[in-house]
Design a protein around this ligand. Structure first.
Ligand SMILES: CC(C)(COP(=O)(O)OP(=O)(O)OC[C@H]1O[C@@H](n2cnc3c(N)ncnc32)[C@H](O)[C@@H]1OP(=O)(O)O)[C@@H](O)C(=O)NCCC(=O)NCCS
Length: 148
């Protein structure tokens, strides 16, 4: 599948918010939240665009000093298992290797595809946050990738 990784801009807001609703129906980020993230210079949002500019996926990285947090990553169901998340995460980890000391993230304990993705990119589990998620209630696994 052909796609390219591009920075998100305001014109992408409606499509990103729509994909977010599909991928995280219980507690999606609103369009306003994505807009605030876009306006925040400490946040980077990358998109994967397919033929004709179709939105295939996105990933959000926020930074505080030398630490990055992967806040969000999602790929449209029809585009999964074709390397889209791999490409998004590779771009963010390349940025992290250059500019940051480590990346952190939280992921649902039951989210095996995402945990496998993060482990493939070198993240290791370093802790748990009890009942971190709602609907359904579930622990988060805390993972980190150190560049030091
Ligand atoms: C997790 C998610 C982003 C993966 O996106 P994707 O584009 O399908 O992933 P890729 O095709 O790039 O796969 C990269 C790696 O992820 C892992 N992976 C992805 N989907 C997997 C699955 N269904 N089962 C097991 N491993 C999986 C594999 O390690 C894979 O590497 P491989 O192809 O060499 O085996 C996607 O399933 C998704 O959007 N899920 C819903 C949203 C979500 O849960 N986001 C994470 C929140 S923390």
């Amino acid at each position: 599948m052909n796609f390219r990784i591009v920075p998100m801009t305001a014109e992408h807001l409606p499509r990103v918010a729509a994909l977010e609703k599909i991928c995280f129906p219980a507690d999606p980020w609103s369009e306003a939240l994505f807009r605030a993230a876009l306006d925040n210079p400490a946040v980077a949002i990358l998109l994967a665009q397919g033929e004709g500019g179709a939105l295939l996926g996105y990933a959000v990285l926020s930074t505080v000093l030398d630490e990055g947090n992967l806040d969000n990553i999602a790929v449209a169901r029809s585009a999964r298992r074709q390397g889209v998340a791999d490409a998004l995460l590779s771009a963010l980890t390349a940025f992290g290797r250059e500019h940051l000391a480590r990346l952190m993230l939280e992921v649902r304990l039951s989210n095996a595809p995402a945990i496998a993705l993060y482990e493939k990119h070198g993240f290791i589990a370093v802790g748990r946050r009890k009942n971190y998620y709602d609907a359904p209630k579930e622990d988060a696994v805390l993972m980190t990738l150190s560049f030091l």
